[in-house]
Design a protein around this ligand. Structure first.
Ligand code: UDP
Ligand code: MG
Length: 314
């Protein structure tokens, strides 16, 4: 299998058929073997019915249905797990991404890149609630992860499958795959892609996503920099805090001896206790982190979803 397309679908009953047809048309013109894996993320509309009908006529369309809505990241993750192609290409199920961009993505993969990330240079979404927050988030992500892309949020990307194998996704983390992949030495490149306004159905996200993305960014940054050595982060702050506590203690003593200020009337004594206690907590947290890191790396990863149905997957 050359190419696997992975499409997360949540309440897109008026879009899935058009997405499927456009994809089939592009892929058939490409002289390659392919599959289209559509993941119904617990839709409450007729999406699954449409998918089941389409899949009954085409064995290249494979469908996974979640028991409930687990979120776009989980849906993509399921698609990645089942995908068999050498190149895996996720794409939105709302026609906002353009299947006609796929040959260009593949070209870049053939040039030797492991990850080709779509860049919606001319993004067709609302300005205030979507484009501005995304501009900000992209700048922060670029800065913190050190993987410089303009548009992390674009679903349309192409991955060499090996790249995805070591990566488990949680929360809103699908957008961080290029950054995580880079950690494993993947070659990442960005490619401007077409973006279209949503015609049928509604967007599943609003401004609140920005906060979720920022929180996930903290996780990713931590995982990228300290997941194998949490004591280096927490222990460092523990030591700094304790040193500050000792300084404050010395100050209290100095004030008692030379300025005749009784220690129990000096608020610095309380600060001393507080800082020493906090420092010890930080160090303990670092040690617990070390323990957790061992569990994390040495135990087996569990899937983050529960599958209800599978079509054409045996
Ligand atoms: N999606 C999903 N599960 C969710 C939310 C969204 O599978 O909980 C899918 C949705 O059907 C679409 C893609 O993820 O195919 C992107 O969602 P959307 O178009 O709402 O996001 P936007 O383009 O507005 O950022
Ligand atoms: Mg969309």
């Amino acid at each position: 299998m050359d190419i696997s397309i992975v499409v997360p679908v949540y309440n897109e009953q008026d879009n899935v058929e058009a997405v499927y047809s456009a994809l089939s048309e592009t892929l058939k013109g490409m002289d390659c073997t392919y599959e289209i894996v559509m993941v119904d993320d617990g839709s409450s509309d007729g999406s699954y019915g449409v998918l089941a009908r389409l899949a009954s006529e085409d064995a290249a369309l494979k469908v996974i249905r979640f028991r409930r809505n687990f979120g776009q990241t989980a849906a993509m993750s399921a698609g990645f797990d089942y995908a068999q192609g050498d190149v895996v290409i996720p794409m939105d199920g709302d026609l906002q991404n353009d299947p006609a961009d796929i040959p260009r993505l593949i070209e870049k993969i053939d040039e030797g890149y492991d990850v080709v990330s779509g860049w919606r240079r001319d993004r067709k979404d609302t300005f205030i609630t979507r484009k501005i927050p995304s501009l900000l988030a992209n700048a922060i992500i670029s800065r913190l992860t050190g993987v410089h892309l303009h548009d992390y949020g674009c679903t349309l990307k192409a991955y060499r499958r090996e790249v995805l194998e070591g990566i488990n996704l949680y929360g809103e983390m699908h957008r961080f795959v290029p950054a995580l992949a880079c950690q494993f030495g993947a070659r990442v490149i960005e490619l401007p892609v077409n973006h279209r306004p949503r015609i049928h159905g509604v967007s599943k996200y609003g401004i609140s996503r920005t906060l979720r993305v920022i929180l996930d960014l903290m996780t990713v940054k931590f995982l990228m920099s300290y997941s194998t050595k949490p004591i280096q982060l927490f222990g460092r702050w523990g030591v700094y805090t304790m040193l500050a506590g000792l300084g404050s203690g010395a100050m209290t003593l100095y004030m008692k001896l030379f300025e005749h200020l009784s220690m129990n009337r000096n608020p610095l004594l309380i600060l001393t206790g507080f800082l020493l206690f906090m420092g010890a907590q930080f160090i303990a947290m670092g040690l617990l982190g070390e323990l957790n890191a061992r569990t994390y790396f040495e135990s087996q990863g569990k899937p983050i979803y529960v599958v209800k149905d599978r079509i054409n997957l045996g």
